[in-house]
Every structure is written in C-alpha cells, then in structure tokens.
Design a protein around this ligand. Structure first.
Ligand code: ADP
Length: 466
C-alpha cells in the first residue's frame, strides 16, 4: 500500500515545529561536521609541528656527535608514542627492527619519497609519518641519510572520538529540547490566530455587529489581520443591513398598491352586469392578491426577525385561552374540510405566560393553518396542552399527509416547501414555519416535529413561562 503522509491535516503548529526541527537538524549537522573537520586538521598540524621539532632535535644531536654509524643511530631511544628509524643516503633502512616493535615491521625497507608527511593506518591505530634528511657537521652540504619518525595518533584519535560521541549525543538532546521550545513558540504565535478564528466564527453564527477585539493594540501582522477582518465585517454588516432594509421597504411599498387593487377588485365584483367569465377572472385575481398579502405580511415579520435589536413586547396572558381563540378562528377553515379539532388539557390548571401575545397568536395560527392545510377531508387534529416545571408544552397532532424523513430538517428554512404546487394551491408561502421557529427561539423555547408520511405530523412547542 502506498499511503502518502498528508501534511495538510496536521495543525500549523505541528507543521511549523517539524520544519523548525528539520532546519535545526541540518544546521547542527553542518556545524558539527565543520567543527569535527577543523579540529582534525588542527590536530594534524600540531602533530606535524611536534614531529618537525623532534626530528630537528635528533638532527642537531647527530650533527653534535658527527656520527652516522648504525650503532650510534640505534642508540637513539624509541619510545611508545614516537618511533625513529634511519635510512642511508640511498634510502635503505639502517635501523635494526626488533621483533616486538610490530609497527616498525610495516615501514618500507627502502624509501623513495624522501621528504614526506603522511598518515598511516596500522591495525586499529593511526600513525603520523615524517621523513627528513640529516647531515653531519663534517660534511654539512651532503645528505648523510634520512630520519623517519612515526608518531602514534592514539591520543588525538581518542579526542576526536570523544568529540564525535558528544556531538552524536548532543544533537538529539538539542533537537528534543528545541522541539519543545519550537512548539511552545509556535503555540504562542498562533494563539492569537486561534482566538481570531473562534471570534470570527461566533460573529458569523450569531450577529454581525460583534467585532474581534485588539485589546493589546497590536500593530504587527496579527493587528493588521484583526483590522482587515473587522473592516470586512463592517462591509458585510452594512450590505446585510441594506439587503434587509430593502426587503422590508419593498414589502412595505407593496402593501398600498395591493390594498388598492384589492379594493378595486372588490368594487368590480359588486357590479351587477358581470358575465360569469369576468366574475371568475376577478375572483382569481382576488385569490392571488390574498396570497400576495399573506406573503408580504410574513416578509414583514421576517424583516422584524432580522433586526438585531428586536425586542419582544411581553405581557401576561393565559396560553390556553389564546389556543381556544385560535381554534375558533380556524374552525371555519377546518369545517370546510370536515376536520375535527379536539383539545386535551393534561394538567388542570391555568396557563399564565409572559410572552409577546401577537407573535404567539401568529405562531399558533401558522401551525394550526398547516395542520388543516396538510390534512385530508374528514381528518383529525388534536391539541394537547401540558404544564412542566418551567415550560408549557403544546402538541399539535394531525393525521394528514405527513412529511418524509429527509425533508424534516428543511421545513423550518425560509421558502422551503416539500411540494411547491400543493403548498401554493393552499395559499402557502413557505415562510410559515421559519416564522414559527423564530418566534419560539426568540422566546427562549423550542419547536420540534415528528412525522411519518401518510400517517400524520406532530409539532411540539415548548414555551418558557416567563
Ligand atoms: P407553507 O406556506 O408552504 O405551508 P411552511 O413554512 O408553513 O410553508 O411549511 C413548510 C413545509 O412544511 C410545507 O410546504 C409542507 O410541505 C410542510 N408542512 C408543514 N406543516 C405540515 C403538516 N402539518 N403536515 C404535513 N406537511 C407539513
């Protein structure tokens, strides 16, 4: 399976920290390598200087005794770290090699590079090798032979090994500490962005008049972002406001011409000489005007709902009495379809509520109107009224056409109708339930629906007592 890592799903904090660690790792490796190579070169130079000095001392001594015979040269003591051997002026080995001095066994019997410095590897150790000519004081211009000096690099090697070990241990430790620091810094830097996005989210969800606060008066990138977003919200708010205002104004403006048309149609219908065809036309116009009137009234209510500072006109009344009034008002409509409306009071008590009477009446009218509209002839509508601790619970149950499950979440949206032509036929606008939803919510209550297709619907309204 070829699963590619998707970096986009990690948070910006993690991404930043990972990049920071990768860059830090590269920098550490680069500087560690430079440090290691520099130290290695320095040590090499130092060894070269030591050998140069040692050879110079031996050369001086040979000159002092002016002797280059084998016995004399062999008497120059080799110690553990520095070994000295001599070659003739032709380049042949003159020093006797003892059996136990194993390093000396690898040196050439004859040398051709007669002025040389190099590093040799023998078994696990490294040795520095230097070849220089020596002279006798009796013949200062003629080479008497060559000195080869070997220097054990064990000390230098162990120093370099220790350095390497320290670097290998320190790099991961530094990275772990730095990743904690990096995450902390990224978190700090992005916290402001986190706050901005949660506030911005709340602004779009609740109301557009809220703004992101710049309490620390930042003038950096974050400050600029806050300013840009707030300017955007300013523009959005004013364009939303203009749009809402436009809807409200249009609805208002339409009211007068519509009532004039309605009055004219009514007047025309009173004429005696109308043919039945003319009468039908006028009646159709009247029906359409009633529907338009209904739409405009509902749009005006929604314009109110869109006002940010809308205030409820609360008063105390008995919910049960209002339910009775609305039933009575709706009864004629129900009788036209021979629908029986019944009411059941679960708790025998009063139903005093503090709410906006005209809105609650509108709410009940809409729900009852729907129940009648979407229930077949000879159907039944049952209303139950219950008193809970802090709420009144009202159920409006019909045995009408019902609503399919997939449409249930949409019916509270503006202009949503399950069956447009059916709704229009009954004078529906698709705005009734969105108005109900707003009325209930603005009172701090809840509206729910349970429904099965062909079986009927149950609308439950919970309204707080105060
Ligand atoms: P409308 O003006 O179309 O009735 P509403 O907002 O009042 O608009 O209702 C939205 C839709 O929900 C309706 O078009 C209808 O399809 C459905 N609906 C509402 N109440 C009922 C009900 N009691 N029974 C069946 N369907 C309903």
């Amino acid at each position: 399976m070829n699963k590619k890592l998707n970096y986009k799903k990690f948070s910006l904090k993690v991404n930043l920290t990972v990049w920071y660690i990768i860059i830090l790792l590269l920098v550490l490796i680069f500087f560690s390598s430079i440090l290691y190579l520099y130290l290695e070169e320095q040590l090499k130079q130092e060894v070269k200087n030591i050998l140069e000095l040692e050879i110079e001392n031996i050369k001086e001594e040979i000159k002092r005794f002016d002797n280059s015979n084998n016995n004399y040269l062999n008497s120059i003591i080799n110690n553990k770290n520095i070994k000295t051997v001599f070659y003739s002026k032709q380049g042949d080995l003159k020093t006797e090699i003892l059996k136990d001095d194993s390093i000396l066994k690898i040196i050439p019997k004859n040398i051709n590079k007669k002025n040389d410095f190099k590093i040799l590897k023998y078994q696990d150790n490294k040795w520095a090798l230097m070849v220089r000519p020596f002279y006798l004081s009796s013949k200062p211009e003629e080479k008497a032979g060559y000195i080869m000096m070997l220097y054990s690099l064990a000390k230098e090697e162990s120093m370099l090994k220790k350095l390497l070990l320290i670097l290998i241990i320190m790099i991961p430790i530094t990275l772990i500490l730095a990743s904690g620091g990096g995450y902390f810094l990224a978190n700090r830097a992005l916290k402001a962005i986190d706050i901005i996005s949660t506030t911005a989210e709340k602004i779009s969800q609740s109301n557009l008049s809220r703004r992101i606060s710049n309490s620390k008066n930042r003038e950096d990138e974050i400050g600029r972002l806050i300013k840009t977003l707030n300017n955007l919200f300013d523009r959005l708010e004013s364009s939303f406001y203009r749009q809402k205002q436009f809807n409200a104004d249009v609805s208002h403006e339409l009211r007068t011409p519509i009532s004039v048309i309605k009055a004219q149609v009514d007047e025309a219908l009173d004429e005696d000489e109308l043919t039945s065809e003319q009468k039908n036309i006028l009646l159709t116009i009247k029906k359409q005007i009633a529907q338009m009137n209904n739409l405009i009234s509902q749009m005006l209510i929604l314009a109110k709902a869109d006002e940010n500072n809308f205030e409820l006109d609360k008063e105390e009344f008995d919910l049960n009495i209002v339910v009775d009034t609305v039933i009575e008002e709706m009864n004629n409509l129900a009788l036209e379809k021979n629908i029986l409306i019944s009411k059941e009071i679960i708790v025998n008590d009063d139903f005093k509520i503090k709410a906006d009477l005209s809105l609650i009446t509108q709410l009940l009218l809409n729900i009852f109107d729907n129940a009648i509209k979407y229930t077949q002839t000879n159907g039944k509508i049952k209303i139950t009224l219950n008193k809970l601790d802090n709420y009144y619970k009202l159920n409006i149950i019909d045995n009408g056409i019902g609503i399919a499950k997939e449409n249930l979440t949409n019916i509270f949206k503006r202009f949503y109708r399950v069956d447009k032509s059916r709704s229009r036929e009954y004078g529906g606008t698709g705005l009734g339930l969105s108005i109900c939803n707003w009325i209930v919510n603005t009172h701090g209550g809840e509206i729910k629906v349970n429904s099965s297709l062909e079986e009927g619907s149950k609308f439950t309204i919970l309204l707080p007592k105060n």
